[in-house]
Design a protein around this ligand. Structure first.
Ligand code: IMP
Length: 174
């Protein structure tokens, strides 16, 4: 891919500012508690790593991995868990950390899955809230950036597994 096929929309500095803002808000909201951050692999791995290092409250980490049947740029809504969390979430304050919410179907599925593990609370932190294809209403408690549309890559987000390592976030130009 050459430079003409992608357009920078958020620089590494823009992202760092939003991550710091989210971490401050989360640290204040969970003051006096220990939060369990559940990173959604693979896309959230960089976001989670940056976010957790800015928190001023105790935190534990776990991961889930989901597979959805669909194309490179659109999920079909048929989702399954390929790697589940290992920590016991019963009675815990759980915060899902996702890279991007698009249709919202992945998040709805994951929320139901985690709620069945009886956490004390379950909230959602997402770096990018992309609304164009939202087909379900979901509570997003912490949001880094809002996007109207477009397919984005970088900072953990991929297109066919490529470009996750880009430090900024780019829109793919098709
Ligand atoms: P949803 O179920 O439609 O909300 O899709 C959520 C998942 O689709 C995300 O966790 C990403 O893996 C993927 N996804 C949606 N939009 C993008 C994008 O713009 N870039 C990269 N991945 C995306």
């Amino acid at each position: 891919m050459d430079q003409s096929e992608k357009r920078l929309i958020f620089t590494a500095e823009d992202i760092a500012r939003q991550v710091q803002r989210l971490a401050s808000q989360i640290s204040a909201d969970y003051h006096g508690k220990e939060v369990v951050l559940i990173g959604v692999l693979k896309g959230a791995f960089i976001f989670l790593a940056d976010l957790v290092r800015q928190l001023s409250i105790p935190a534990q980490l776990d991961f889930v991995r989901l597979a959805s049947y669909g194309t490179a740029t659109e999920s079909s809504g048929k989702i399954r868990i390929t790697t589940d969390v290992e920590l016991d979430l019963e009675g815990r304050d759980v915060l899902i950390v996702e890279d991007i919410v698009d249709s919202g179907l992945t998040t709805v599925f994951l929320r139901e899955h985690l709620l069945a593990k009886n956490p004390r609370s379950l909230r959602m932190c997402v770096l990018l809230d992309k609304r164009e294809r939202r087909s379900v209403s979901i509570p997003l408690d912490y949001v880094g950036f809002h996007l109207d549309k477009g397919f984005v890559i970088g900072y953990g987000l991929d297109c066919n597994e490529a470009h996750r390592q880009l430090p900024g976030i780019y829109e793919l130009i098709v």
